[in-house]
Design a protein. Structure first.
Length: 168
């Protein structure tokens, strides 16, 4: 009988194999935030410690990029007068400048928002064969963020109206 108890006791102490629930990691939470998009409804780009958010409006041909904090949640004004988007398509390269357009309340000489009104950029970002990279210099260091094209109906840009753009 003692032998049976000696064999059963370790099994009882080990338990039924269930483990205590663990708290979700902050890394997974940040990854989920990136998948969900940014505070302005756009696609999140990695820029080292910071992030950028690309908002692409086909209806107006406007492309806006916001510089965000490390959590991709809040605007971060930086000292820069412009940023660029470099696009390669059809074997050719193009560069589009985005001018600083400070939001209300941002310090003089700083901006978290950069805007292009060039409809060619807007169209090029819709080209699934194009490769695009956002480039900005922050504190003397160049930061680059790849702009991914998603052709699955879940676009990384906004639309004023969907009647002229097929999502299927």
């Amino acid at each position: 009988m003692n032998r049976i108890m000696m064999l059963i006791l370790p099994l009882v102490l080990i338990g039924c194999g269930k483990t205590a629930p663990t708290a979700p990691s902050t890394e997974n939470a940040a990854e989920h935030a990136h998948e969900a998009g940014g505070p302005h409804g756009g696609a999140i780009l990695e820029l080292g410690e910071n992030h950028a958010e690309l908002v692409h409006d086909d209806a107006t041909g406007t492309v806006t990029v916001y510089i965000l904090d490390g959590a991709a949640a809040a605007n971060v004004p930086v000292v820069a007068t412009e940023a660029v988007i470099n696009i390669t398509h059809d074997g050719q390269g193009e560069q589009f400048k985005l001018a600083a357009s400070p939001l209300a309340g941002e310090p003089a000489g700083q901006s978290s928002r950069f805007v292009s009104l060039d409809s060619d950029l807007s169209e090029d970002l819709d080209d699934e064969d194009a490769a695009a990279v956002f480039v900005i210099t922050i504190d003397g260091q160049q930061h680059r963020g790849a702009i991914e094209h998603h052709d699955d109906g879940d676009h990384d840009h906004t639309h004023e109206t969907d009647r002229d753009h097929d999502h299927e």
